[in-house]
Design a protein around this ligand. Structure first.
Ligand code: ADP
Ligand code: G6P
Length: 478
């Protein structure tokens, strides 16, 4: 008789595992930390919980066998090269991602991509169904897996199902463009509880159910057609491991490294920093434009002021990302060519991923942190910066179009579309007296410390445990 499969009371499903398998040029297999905020947050949540994580190992082909990473059980789901092209790069990142981020670039619709999205979601649902214990809690993550909740419910009606949206949920006017809008909503309504970054995202979802499915809704509840069930949709904004980051940034080696970074840049009076996946949602072009104009106008300039832009490689086979990369690299080249000096480039551009210690040192070294997305579900970088500034130094310039801005109002707010306004926000962040900046940083830190990632996970899991709700009784408000 085959050995019984191990089952788990807590199973999470996300497109990516926390580590990516990378085959090096000489054929060796290495495991590297996966990119993005979802992994950062969920890795700290899953530590010490004895749960399982179902996800893709980051390379096309047969999946590796399940394995342990510390105390997390990893269960890889395989994606073929065609799945990567159609489900991941295609439907997830060239159809859904643009629609969910204000159509900053146009969305592409292909019926084959949708077919692939359905079959990969089914595979994830089956993988979860196989390892979830009786009445387990299953927590599904993000836009790549929106059909999993309903698929899983069909396979395993006994489990409790939650879904969390790490990115914005679009207004119904944009969501309605999707030819498969009804199926996506029905897929999500398989969940007992749906969590969003902002109340506005949850409202957009409820409104889409009401308008496009004609579902009965009341407040944050949606009646699921043909059942006695209803799903709840509300905001539970994600956060960072405040204590862990603070402790990291207090390590003497990290503090020394921060000093070394500043020294190697020629000890500028003002070191500005941008840290993003190289994504068109992050407003990197707008940031560079504002910076370039400030240099041209001689409001600031090297060697007193310099900008370090760290841009993690991302989704490099999707055309919009390739175009962004070449545009950013050309702009950096032009700014340095025209405005840099020997030994003092105006922009230090780094297209790499770094270990956590190096990121903490960069945060600690930076006088001004530039977070200027055109749209971002949360933006954990903003909260990480704040968590690392135990010295109360630094200033955060923060776009109003991030989820983080809804919690970090005291930051130097900007609308990145308004280049003049962005320039003023940068100048304010540089010139505000140190005492006032310390006061601001103290209150930003209090907010992030009180609402850290562990509290987020506890709130989410409590809301999921309280679901499902009894059926709606009162009159429906549409
Ligand atoms: P997104 O999830 O869209 O990439 P977030 O700001 O929410 O944006 O999360 C990004 C995460 O990736 C953060 O934890 C950040 O520290 C990390 N990160 C970003 N750039 C790098 C890099 N170059 N090296 C290592 N980690 C990075
Ligand atoms: C964002 C998304 C995640 C995604 C990450 C990295 O944080 O919300 O779901 O994993 O970006 O993107 P990638 O396509 O490399 O997984």
């Amino acid at each position: 008789m085959p050995a019984a499969r191990q089952t788990f009371d807590l199973v999470i499903a996300a497109n990516r595992l926390p580590v990516d398998q990378v085959t090096t040029l000489d054929g060796q297999i290495e495991w590297r930390r996966s990119p993005g905020g979802l992994v950062t947050a969920m890795e700290s949540v899953m530590r010490g919980r004895d749960g399982a994580w179902v996800g893709w190992a980051g390379e096309p082909g047969a999946p590796p066998e399940p394995f342990g990473e510390g105390d997390i059980h990893l269960h890889p789901v395989g994606l073929s090269a065609a799945d990567v092209r159609d489900y991941y790069e295609g439907f997830s990142n060239d159809t859904l991602w643009p629609i969910y981020h204000d159509v900053i670039v146009p969305a592409t619709f292909h019926r084959e991509w949708w077919t692939s999205y359905q079959s990969v979601n089914q595979r994830f649902a089956e993988a979860v169904a196989e390892i979830a214990a009786e009445q387990a809690t299953v927590w599904v993550h993000d836009y790549q897996l929106q059909l999993v909740p309903a698929m899983l419910r069909r396979l395993r009606p006994d489990v409790r199902i939650g879904w969390f949206d790490h990115i914005p949920f679009p207004p119904v006017e944009l969501f309605a463009q999707l030819p498969w809008r009804g199926q996506l909503l029905e897929g999500l309504l398989g969940a007992d509880f749906l969590g969003f970054q902002r109340q506005a995202d949850a409202r957009n979802f409820v409104r889409a159910c009401s308008q496009l499915l004609k579902a009965q809704t009341r407040g944050d509840l949606v009646q699921v057609e043909g059942t006695q069930r209803q799903a709840r949709a509300s905001a539970v904004p994600i956060s960072v491991d405040f204590k862990g980051l603070e402790a990291l940034a207090k390590q003497p080696e990290v503090i020394a490294r921060a000093r070394e970074i500043r020294a190697s840049l020629g000890d500028p009076r003002v070191l500005m920093l941008g840290v993003d996946r190289l994504d068109y949602t992050k407003g990197i072009r707008h940031r560079l434009k504002a910076y370039e104009e400030l240099l041209v106008e001689r409001q600031i300039g090297p060697p007193e002021v310099t900008l370090v832009q760290v841009a993690t490689p991302s989704r490099e086979r999707v055309a919009a990302y390739r175009n962004l990369r070449s545009e950013v690299e050309q702009t950096v080249g032009r700014i340095n060519g025209e405005l840099g000096q020997i030994g003092s480039p105006a922009v230090h551009y780094l297209h790499h991923s770094y270990p956590r210690e190096e990121m903490a040192a960069l945060f600690l070294a930076a006088d001004v942190m530039l977070v200027t997305p055109l749209r971002d579900g949360m933006n954990l970088v903003a909260k990480e910066y704040v968590a690392c500034r135990h010295d109360l130094g630094g200033a955060l310039v923060l776009s109003e179009f991030t989820g983080a801005w809804h919690e970090l109002h005291q930051a130097f707010a900007c609308n990145p579309h308004d280049i003049e306004g962005l320039k003023q926000a940068i100048l304010r962040a540089i010139n505000t007296p140190a005492k006032d900046k310390q006061r601001i940083m103290r209150s930003l830190r209090r907010r992030v410390s009180d609402h850290d990632v562990q509290r987020w996970a506890a709130r989410y899991l409590a809301a999921l445990a309280a679901a499902p709700e009894p059926p709606l009784r009162e009159e429906t408000r549409r």
